[in-house]
Design a protein around this ligand. Sequence first.
Ligand SMILES: Cc1ncc(COP(=O)(O)O)c(C=O)c1O
Length: 490
Amino acid sequence: MPDGFAISEYPDVPAVIADLDALIAQPIRPLRREALNAYLEDHFEKRCQSSKAMTAEAAEYIPGGVQHNLAFNMPFPLVITRASGCHLTDLDGNEYLDFLQAGGPTVLGSNPPEVLEQVIELLRTCGPSTGLFHEYELKLARFIAEHMPAVPMFRMLGSGTEGCMAAIRVARLATGKKNVVKMGGAYHGWSDQLAYGLRIPGTRHHEAHGVPKFVFRHTQEFFPGDLDALERTLKLNRARGGTAAVLIEPVGPESGTRPLPRDFNAGVRELCDRYGALLIFDEVVTGFRLGLSGAQGYFDVQPDLTVFGKVVAGGYPSAGGLGGKREYMKYLAAGIEAGSKKALVGGTMAANPLSSAAGYFTLVEIERQHAAERAGAMGDRLVAGLRESIDRRELPFVAYNQGSIVHLQTVGTLHFSVDFNRIWEIPGKLKEIKARKTAMEEMGAAYMAEGVVTLAGSRLYTSAAHTEETIDQAVAALDRVFANIEGARR
Ligand SMILES: Cc1ncc(COP(=O)(O)O)c(C=O)c1O
């Protein structure tokens, strides 16, 4: 099999958007209350007591009782003791099919033995960190350069958040311009300047509690997929400090929760060239999940800078970095190469031998196993099964995928948007969004009780460790949940 991409067929974007519009135009279709109560009682209360007790104690020491935003909290977090391939086991011995996949990094599945063996060998010889150079830093950067023509140079950092911060800093330094334009609804980490327009397009600083508003003086958002709106912003910016960069996730915000027309990225490239802004692709999720050349390879669009995270350390810690063209990456030179005009980045643990080796061997294995394509094929099978179930049960739910990134929208929470020119509508919309979020969490808890772990009850990552059999088991489990939706055809 030649090296290829996870996406076998690009989604029919107008059809998906029309279905999502129809979904949010309808009242919520929640789980029947007695079904929800049965899931909570029969699974969580009866079979997860050890998790309940441990996370209750953890709430004494850890805010919210868990350290991770993705940890499922409804009705309480579960404690995971084993993860292997596409299987998870909790503290009480319950088994689950894993479609969270750590939030995206594990294209090979959890804890692949080929990577584990190499990591153990490295730990024996050199330990996890030295603060000095290790050969795996070179091997990882060279591997990326060989597969991504727009990334001849790579600087490894500690997280995707750091990669995005570095990208903006470099873009401002390289262009001498001020403004950064992002797509509404997109998450680019939790740094001050990018805590803007999160999740729901148009919400501006709404979720940026603790960040002074002046921080957003040069951060702007545009509506996903709207090239005209982007161009209007770029035009206006010419008279107010110029645009340093347009920062986008090339599959659409929140891993494609609102998918983009296929030619959209090429359109953004053209606008960036016309207005002298750098194009930054946030490939934290898509980098190596869509294929070894990333979304930029799939869409055949070369960004100026690329942000990495997740897969770049193969599910191991310190997963992040920035790559790009030499003329821009020179601002990140470390050591004696550093010039006077340097973008300050760093990190005690950045590019440690452990993360570099884990990332390198993960990419080698992804290539050897054609893992991106295989994970994508599992995503296709999952969506086909879900659609069959949704249609059979006459539900308004929407399932679609971009390879191994599968979206299952039952309430369409993230499909809403707000418009500050119609400010009177906003409180009502935010109330509706909150109610839908609760319904989404209930769905996630029900999926979990049926043995399927998802991301926030609305996204499922497949991996090369999933098989046709496990996909079919998951479809059957989710179908049992769908049977319990109010008004579903039995
Ligand atoms: C598209 C995207 N960018 C950036 C980030 C932030 O990466 P990290 O969690 O490594 O800081 C994430 C994390 O989920 C992401 O999905």
